[in-house]
Write a protein that binds this ligand. Structure first.
Ligand SMILES: [Zn+2]
Length: 260
């Protein structure tokens, strides 16, 4: 499983079909392509139409929050009805470069939260230096089904959010030498709250670090996670498949292809 990948990114223009084929060959049974703009969300849906192992999430990235006009929300609403759309996102808050557009980000995040609630779909959340605001908005908007994508917070936060029922998705940084806190988080989160992803084309895991990331590389992150959890690769893969099916019920409930 790769629960978060940007297959529509221009980095994959030269060889997108080969990338998807390599993922399948590596045993990555399913991928969720997350939109970062209305246009990108449309591309994600069309990839999901063409590839049985690809599903789509639709949303506008917090760094583009100002582009989420009323018209853009309507366009997302229309996309949400597509049966291959299994989540709303990527949305969230990113204050890594300051809070200059905090109001626009708050507004956009709340709009995505409402879309998710109305559609009964999980919300895929990007959080950079904004944990308090993220938690407050999710609580205010009454969103229960949450996937914390590329989690990078503290072990205590991971456990607290997992106990609240939110999924903690770990990406390539789990394998980076300096990520001891993230590894501690991954050890302590209840197993049934864990997901794994690449966030490709970004954040290649060790030993692929420095190369363009692609979904087949998720096996390296999964292997690291299995080691941390002291589980076999197979047992962890089975748990992650169950978690993915529970986290994204629209894609898996009807026994679609790639259930495992
Ligand atoms: Zn992403």
């Amino acid at each position: 499983m790769d629960t978060h990948v940007h297959l529509d990114d221009a980095a994959f223009d030269p060889d997108r079909d080969a990338v998807i084929a390599r993922a399948a060959a590596a045993g990555v049974a399913a991928m969720i392509c997350a939109g970062t703009s209305v246009e990108g969300s449309r591309r994600a849906v069309s990839l999901a139409e063409r590839h049985p192992q690809v599903f789509a999430a639709v949303g506008v990235h917090p760094q583009r929050a100002a582009s989420l006009t009323g018209a853009a929300v309507h366009e997302l609403e229309a996309l949400v009805r597509h049966p291959r759309v299994v989540a709303i996102g990527e949305t969230g808050l990113d204050f890594a470069r300051g809070r200059a557009d905090a109001a626009a980000q708050h507004r956009a995040f709340a709009a995505h939260a409402r879309l998710a609630r109305e559609a009964g779909l999980p919300l895929v959340v990007h959080n950079r230096e904004a944990s308090e605001d993220v938690e407050r908005i999710l609580d205010n908007e009454g969103v229960c089904a949450v996937v914390m994508h590329c989690f990078t917070g503290s072990p205590d936060l991971a456990v607290r959010w997992a106990l609240a029922g939110w999924m903690i998705s770990v990406a390539g940084p789990l394998t980076f030498p300096k990520s001891e806190a993230l590894r501690e988080a991954a050890r302590r989160v209840p197993l049934d709250r864990l997901l794994v992803e690449t966030d490709a084309p970004y954040l290649s895991p060790v030993p692929m670090r420095g190369r363009r990331c692609e979904p087949s590389f998720v096996v390296h992150t999964a292997r690291a996670l299995a080691g941390l959890r002291q589980m076999s690769d197979e047992a962890l893969a089975s748990a992650l498949a169950d978690n993915t099916a529970r986290a994204f019920p629209r894609g898996w409930a009807r026994g679609e292809t790639a259930a495992r």
